[in-house]
Design a protein around this ligand. Structure first.
Ligand code: GLC
Length: 649
């Protein structure tokens, strides 16, 4: 409800900051005024009863204005363009790659020199894995940050980062960086001050004098890294206290019950926005709110905090989209797009972790029924938001989709997951996958899967054992997995090395800071001599690189692939084939993916169930045109193949 006090307070702040209400700042003022009430309501939902509520709210609004004032004119101009374009991130023109700067090109300067490589491939959106300062050996791949605003010297300097961003902007590339919201490294200044006894900073974290409350939390909080960092609390001998450490013992959870923590992190978020970040990846948002007696994941107040972040960003730097990295149960992932009054008002983008895992499920079983059973949940994504689609990323593959999805397909969930784990660990008879189990928890029987795309598809073993037919199968599987990811709707995000079929890298075992975490096996170091093989058509590097490039180009050439929530799954005519239709007013595409190690048959009737009957279909992948046959005749998909069939007549 409108509040004249709040309005007057807002106007006073604008004046204090000498904002030009009718001049150059008019769009900002409009956003500030129109979102102020929601910002206050969300802030009060969390901090309304906090003794420092007023000081906190005042500080928050000052930050919003100050950080807007520090924003470059060029970025403000870009904000305006993006706002005009609407939900720019649903575009079919964007293809991403996620990479470790040092493992890809040594440092930021090296990466700047590699921009032509992305252009060659068709990638125009980079997710740089965390680049801010993080202690060597206790860094969790950069997700234990000791200084949120200083580039880690191993990557270069803040100037190098700015230089790279400018070059990317010149080439119309988009950038994604992380904000590691849930925790800091215990080397962070706040943690150090807390450890030195400063009560102001102790309140930035969750400290406990004894094990009483930690024991109560432990009863309901799942362990994230049960093998390397069991439990969710660590003992700090200097203070004779326990601190909450949900991830590794060196990552201290931030206490968002304290408004000054929220403000400090929002200030960092807007600082990243002002660097020129296009998409902010909010790391592990599911964990940011804790309550006794719960799993401390996906709690309503975590969503309130994200909505508050979204509103603040909308005011200060509206061109920056928000990605919520919530790798949780399917029905929970959807909630990160916002619910009820906040539908499509929370995160703009989320990882389609369910779809990703289910493609691995289908590849191992040759059966797409579990994937199909999950679509009802996946399709709940609101209009205007989009997915990051991926086959592999720097993390493990979790099998956290619901039991009912597995049961719908007629399988026993426990046996099914056991089969998948055995399959990808390479223990299942007939499996050539060379993955490994990650975070095995004997108490819950839970485990996730590590391994590179190529190794999980069987390429590593097929090459080692010199099995030509299996090499061929593996290559087809890689392309099949990438193809479904490209066409399903959302931003495809490749992981570095996968475009060249890099297999597992075991060098992490020699490094004491990495050997306890087998996710490093699928985070390869690029070898640029080897990468030259992409130009030699006789190599599998070339086969995969060129296929990836072709997929990207096809995607860019078809406007129907913009994510306008324009996907309809085909009736399941063949359990081995995943099939969906992407359609717009003047374009219709049948996308079919065969997960079977043999040809799969689909009657032509299947193509006649969706609106006007097609008579000719053009396959963008093979370049062939098909005349739609009689209902009892078949379209045949060879083993591990796919078709991107556009209705042309
Ligand atoms: C996210 C990251 C993962 C990291 C964790 C803790 O899930 O993707 O790599 O270990 O957060 O920050």
């Amino acid at each position: 409800m409108y509040s004249s006090d709040l309005h007057a307070f807002g106007e006073k702040l604008l004046k204090e900051h000498q904002i030009e209400i009718k001049g150059k700042d008019s769009s900002f003022v409009e956003r500030f005024r129109s979102h102020l009430l929601t910002i206050e309501t969300l802030f009060n939902e969390i901090y309304g009863d906090h003794p420092h509520r007023n000081k906190g709210f005042d500080q928050l609004l000052h930050s919003l204005i100050t950080l807007y004032q520090q924003r470059d004119t060029a970025l403000i101009q870009k904000d305006n363009e993006k706002q005009k374009a609407g939900n720019w991130f649903v575009s079919n023109q964007i293809t991403g790659m996620s990479l470790y700067v040092d493992r890809f090109a040594e440092n930021l300067q090296g990466l700047a020199k590699k921009l032509p490589y992305f252009n060659e491939l068709g990638v125009n959106f980079l997710h740089l894995m965390p680049v801010f300062e993080s202690p060597a050996g206790e860094s969790d791949g950069g997700y234990a940050v000791s200084n949120f605003k200083k580039v880690d010297p191993k990557f270069g300097s803040n100037e190098d980062l700015k230089h790279l961003i400018h070059q990317m902007q010149d080439q119309k590339m988009y950038l994604m960086l992380d904000i590691v919201l849930n925790h800091t490294s215990y080397h962070h200044e706040w943690a150090q001050k807390a450890k030195a006894g400063d009560p102001y900073y102790q309140d930035f974290f969750y400290f406990f004098d004894n094990r009483d409350i930690p024991n109560q939390y432990d009863q309901t909080m799942p362990e994230i890294f049960p093998e390397s960092s069991p439990g969710s609390f660590s003992y700090i001998s200097e203070l004779n206290k326990w601190v909450m450490t949900v991830f590794h013992h060196y990552q201290w959870d931030l206490n968002y019950r304290n408004p000054f923590v929220f403000n400090a992190m929002l200030d960092t978020i807007l600082y990243y926005a002002n660097l020129g970040v296009d998409v902010l990846r909010i790391d592990a948002p599911a964990f940011i709110w804790k309550e006794l007696g719960t799993t401390c994941q996906n709690l309503p107040k975590a969503h309130t905090l994200l909505r508050l972040i979204k509103k603040c960003v909308q005011v200060s730097s509206p061109g920056m989209a928000i990605l919520g990295e919530a790798i949780v149960a399917p029905a929970e992932i959807i909630k990160y797009f916002g619910t009820h009054d906040f539908t499509a008002q929370e995160c703009d983008i989320a990882y389609s972790a369910t779809q990703m895992a289910l493609q691995w499920d289908a590849l191992a079983t040759g059966d797409t029924r579990v994937m199909l059973a999950a679509q009802h949940d996946i399709l709940q994504k609101p209009f205007g938001c989009t997915w990051i689609n991926y086959t592999r990323c720097h993390d493990d593959i979790g099998l956290g989709y619901d039991d009912y999805m597995i049961e719908t397909a007629g399988f026993n969930p426990f046996q099914h997951r056991t089969y998948l784990k055995n399959y990808y660990a390479g223990w299942q008879e007939g499996s050539l996958a060379a993955g490994a189990l990650f975070s095995v928890n004997p108490k819950t029987n839970d485990a996730r899967i590590s391994g590179s795309l190529a190794s999980l598809c069987g390429l590593q073993k097929a090459v080692e054992w010199n099995l030509p037919q299996e090499i061929e199968n593996a290559l087809q599987k890689i392309i099949l997995m990438q193809a479904q990811t490209m066409f399903i709707g959302g931003i495809p995000m490749l992981f570095n090395g996968d475009e060249l079929a890099y297999t597992n890298d075991y060098s992490y075992l020699q490094d004491s800071g990495k050997c306890y975490d087998n996710r490093w096996m699928h985070r390869p170091i690029m070898n640029w001599d080897r990468n030259e093989k992409r130009n030699d058509p006789s190599t599998f590097e070339s086969r995969i690189f060129q296929a990836t490039r072709k997929l990207i180009n096809i995607r860019k050439s078809l406007p129907v692939l913009m994510d306008h929530k324009n996907i309809t799954w085909m009736t399941p005519h063949n359990i081995h084939v995943a099939g969906f239709v992407r359609s717009s007013e003047n374009q219709k595409l049948f996308c079919l993916f065969n997960y079977k190690n043999a040809g799969s048959y689909i009657t032509w009737h299947a193509f006649k169930e969706h609106g006007i009957l097609p008579s000719q279909l053009f396959d963008h992948w093979t370049g062939e045109t098909y005349t739609v046959g009689n209902d009892h005749e078949y379209f045949i998909l060879p083993s591990y193949s796919f078709a991107i069939l556009e209705v042309v007549a």
